[in-house]
Design a protein around this ligand. Structure first.
Ligand code: ZN
Length: 343
């Protein structure tokens, strides 16, 4: 099975997802044009709502197909207009009678843009994706006390902005401490209230996005951050910090045999390749729970910018990725069942 998704985020470009779906169709058309019949059937798939932009749950279609999310739970999700996924599928004529759970295919391969700068920097044509790193999102709400910026002595303040900054600084220290492996930490959103030049912030809201390919080290990072929050509160009686988990996924390694085939096909086609970890989530991570799975990445221009209208991969880069996908499909479609799926 080969494919990806065609839904996008509101500010997206044209490559994130469609490359893998149109590429899958192109592979099948090319085989048909050449009169090539494979031992094993090849299916193209286009998963619903991978980005989660409309119904709020990413990888929704593949998670339902792989059995992680039930069909009823998916149908009951509502968009910002109050329309449920179930009703919308009926309205648009996509609520078909087929069973939603996929019969596990022999293998799943997805070609996708990298969405980052690693391949271009390495001068590699093809990325052999080793897996998808774990993701941990939480929202923090810091409650302090508003006060006059001139009249309130520093030691008598409960400054929510200072506490939020301390969290940002601590995350940077954690990343550079090497105690958490290849941890990445981002505070992408901070908002203070009342957000005025001469008022000590009464409240700060911030998000913490942590990524780690090592689940144990991710747990250590989450634990140590939570200890730090407890310390912060203990140091300043009256300060309150509430945390809410927004998302959590564990590391998903991709199949070693499929990865080797991707590298070997790239070699055969005279293409340079590099192994890399995916920083973003993909349908492939859901498929990995039911069948041997891996991904082919291609480099993007402008530092690999993605989820932006500037997202761009050259026709040559796209062609290389889909040619490798075709080569991998031909090998997998001819393999005997026992030669795949070992670690
Ligand atoms: Zn995508």
């Amino acid at each position: 099975m080969i494919g990806s998704h065609i839904d996008t985020v509101a500010t997206a470009g044209a490559f994130d997802g469609p490359l893998g779906v149109l590429g899958a169709l192109e592979v099948i058309r090319t085989l048909n044009d050449g009169g090539i019949e494979t031992e094993r059937p090849i299916e193209a798939v286009c998963f619903t709502e991978e980005e989660g932009s409309r119904f709020g749950t990413d990888m929704l279609g593949s998670a339902v197909a792989a059995g992680r999310i039930s069909l009823d739970d998916a149908y009951s999700l509502v968009d910002s207009q109050g329309n449920s996924l179930g009703d919308e599928l009926t309205r648009t004529g996509f609520a078909g009678p087929e069973r939603e759970l996929l019969e596990p295919p022999f293998a799943y391969v997805e070609c996708h843009i990298e969405q980052g700068p690693v391949l271009a920097n390495a001068g590699a044509d093809i990325g052999v994706v080793t897996g998808v790193q774990g993701i941990s999102w939480q929202a923090l709400a810091v409650h302090g006390r508003a006060a006059h910026a001139g009249a309130t002595p520093t030691e008598l303040r409960l400054d929510a902005g200072v506490a939020a900054s301390a969290v940002v600084t601590r995350l940077c220290e954690m990343v550079s401490s090497n105690r958490y492996g290849d941890l990445r930490a981002t505070v992408g959103r901070i908002a203070v209230e009342p957000n005025l030049v001469n008022v000590v912030p009464a409240k700060a809201e911030l998000t913490v996005d942590m990524r780690n390919p090592d689940d144990d080290l991710m747990i250590r990072a989450e634990h140590d951050l939570s200890e730090f929050l407890t310390e912060l509160v203990a140091r300043q009686p009256g300060l309150e910090i509430h945390s809410r988990r927004m998302a959590k996924t564990t590391y998903v390694p991709f199949d070693v045999t499929v990865r080797r085939i991707i590298a070997s096909v790239a070699d055969e086609q005279g293409l340079t390749h590099a192994e890399l970890l995916s920083g973003a989530g993909h349908d492939a991570q859901e498929m990995a729970s039911i069948c041997p799975t891996a991904m082919v990445f291609i480099p993007g221009e402008y530092g690999g910018i993605s989820h932006s209208p500037r997202e761009y991969s050259s026709p040559e880069a796209c062609e290389r990725g889909i040619s490798v996908l075709a080569g991998v499909v031909l090998r997998l479609a001819a393999m005997c069942p026992s030669s795949i799926g070992q670690p």
